[in-house]
Design a protein around this ligand. Sequence first.
Ligand SMILES: NC(=O)c1ccc[n+]([C@@H]2O[C@H](COP(=O)([O-])OP(=O)(O)OC[C@H]3O[C@@H](n4cnc5c(N)ncnc54)[C@H](OP(=O)(O)O)[C@@H]3O)[C@@H](O)[C@H]2O)c1
Length: 261
Amino acid sequence: MDLGIKGKTALILGASQGLGAAIAAKLAEEGANLVLVARNGEALERSAKELSAAHGITATGISVDLSDAEAVAAFAAQIRSEIKPDMLVANAGGPPPSPAIGVEQEVWQRSAQLLLFSIIQVTEAAVEGMREKGWGRVLAIGSSGVIQPIPNLAVSNTIRGAVAGFCKTLAAEVAGDGVTVNMILPGKIDTARVGQLDTARAGREGKTVEQVRTEIAASLPIKRYGAPSEFASVAAFLLSQPAGYVTGQMTRVDGGMIRSI
Ligand SMILES: NC(=O)c1ccc[n+]([C@@H]2O[C@H](COP(=O)([O-])OP(=O)(O)OC[C@H]3O[C@@H](n4cnc5c(N)ncnc54)[C@H](OP(=O)(O)O)[C@@H]3O)[C@@H](O)[C@H]2O)c1
């Protein structure tokens, strides 16, 4: 299937590794130009060089700390004046694991800045140009915890619910301008983030990481973790031309992990 995004520009947040990097690779294969964002500028530059050499696209890296409100305000201005993306992948690093009670105010605030306020500000800036062009795609990376809160991930469960509310509201506001807004919910996709959570759980439960991973895989209907490229294929479709009639949706990429309909 031709995804119809050759020559379009994708702005991908959290693109230095994991899910964001996998989406960048998939969109590059489809001929999209890339603007990659994270804190690790060296990793972004390296991946921008590799992807542009391999696929004949334009790719650049911009180092932005999305937990820094001032930096994000400056970045939003740059999105409006220079980047003007056709596609936005709204993504950032996950918050630390913890129960709902006892989280320090500073952690709530920093996590909300990173995963909610910055995402709103960047999305608003990106959507402005999309509406003018009459075409655009916003895809926010959430978590299965939006639907089925994950024990000991209280901050993530809480803040991602707010992102879901923002996306659904925005989707209705911009649908008539050719802009779709969707959320994609990973379950257990094998990235560094999931590795860190597994390691933390192994420490809490006095098990080896391998034991924890075997138990988790066995608990999933599909009996294995997902590959980042499997996740990225679904993301690429939701960002594509043929997905133009899909908006305001949450798509689960979780191997059947969420048990509800
Ligand atoms: N993998 C899964 O199955 C899964 C499941 C549920 C939810 N999620 C969520 O999906 C998101 C992506 O997951 P992942 O597995 O790809 O995580 P990851 O491997 O930890 O990657 C996170 C990305 O976000 C960037 N980032 C982190 N903090 C940042 C900051 N302050 N400013 C700018 N960029 C920042 C990181 O780059 P730098 O360090 O270079 O900044 C990296 O590129 C996370 O929010 C995660 O919690 C993932």
